[in-house]
Design a protein around this ligand. Structure first.
Ligand code: ATP
Ligand code: ZN
Length: 210
């Protein structure tokens, strides 16, 4: 039996579960359960916080997982990637108050930037030769400028409507992300075969969706 970790509840959950269902794999899901065994395929599903998925897969507690590349790369676990899945597309962007003067990323030198993605942001700023103060906060990043915590933020954007409703404008794209299938480094021969079967079905689903 192969163990798959997916997000318990959030923006990755529905698309992750739909992919498994479209693979013809059946399971009973309940919002109260933390794991479920599929009935017609040797797969067990664990429901976790998305941030915990790369760690669980790296440690082999789960054999495979579905997680956003933003979380995966932030945690330095990109080497676990098997393949990109094409859903939950979003980007990590820098934003400043709508009224702020902004000409280039150099304007962020010496500024305070709030984010939940300090590593991705630091790598980007370094590449751009910008020195800023990164304030790591775990949620509600978009209110940081209005409460005086930071002059800029770096956060996940898809349509941009959350930024606009908080009086912010997107000024730089830092990282492009989509959901990825990841796997632990040491899979037994038996589990590797199950993974191959699962991948075969996933590819069929992806071809059918096109
Ligand atoms: P958890 O409670 O599991 O920690 P979370 O609040 O950290 O959840 P979500 O907001 O559910 O995370 O987002 C999960 C992932 O979905 C993100 O890491 C990102 O890869 C992707 N994502 C985030 N926002 C969007 C969006 N607006 N559109 C599409 N995908 C998104
Ligand atoms: Zn999370």
């Amino acid at each position: 039996m192969l163990r798959l970790a997916i997000q318990k509840s959030g923006r990755l959950s529905d698309d992750s579960l739909n992919l498994i269902r479209e693979c013809g794999i059946s399971f009973i899901s309940s919002s109260l359960k933390l794991k479920t065994e599929c009935t017609n395929f040797p797969l067990e599903i664990l429901f976790l916080r998305d941030d915990d998925i790369p760690g669980y897969v790296a440690d082999g507690v789960a054999d495979i997982g579905i997680v956003g590349e933003n979380v995966l790369v932030e945690e330095g676990k990109q080497e676990l990637t098997v393949e990109k899945l094409g859903f939950s597309k979003c980007r990590l962007s820098l934003a400043v108050p709508k009224s702020a003067e902004y000409n280039s990323v150099q304007d962020l030198n010496g500024k305070n930037i709030a984010t939940s993605y300090p590593n991705l942001l630091q790598a980007y700023l370094q590449e751009q030769g910008v020195k800023a103060n990164i304030h790591t906060i775990s949620g509600s990043v978009e209110i940081a400028p209005s409460i005086g915590l930071a002059e800029a933020i770096c956060d996940i954007v898809s349509s941009g409507s959350t930024l606009i409703s908080n009086g912010l404008k997107e000024v730089e794209r830092v990282f492009k992300s989509e959901a990825a299938l990841i796997a632990t480094k040491e899979l037994s021969e038996e589990k590797r075969e199950i993974l191959e079967k699962l991948l075969f079905r996933i590819h069929a689903v992806q071809r059918a969706r096109k």
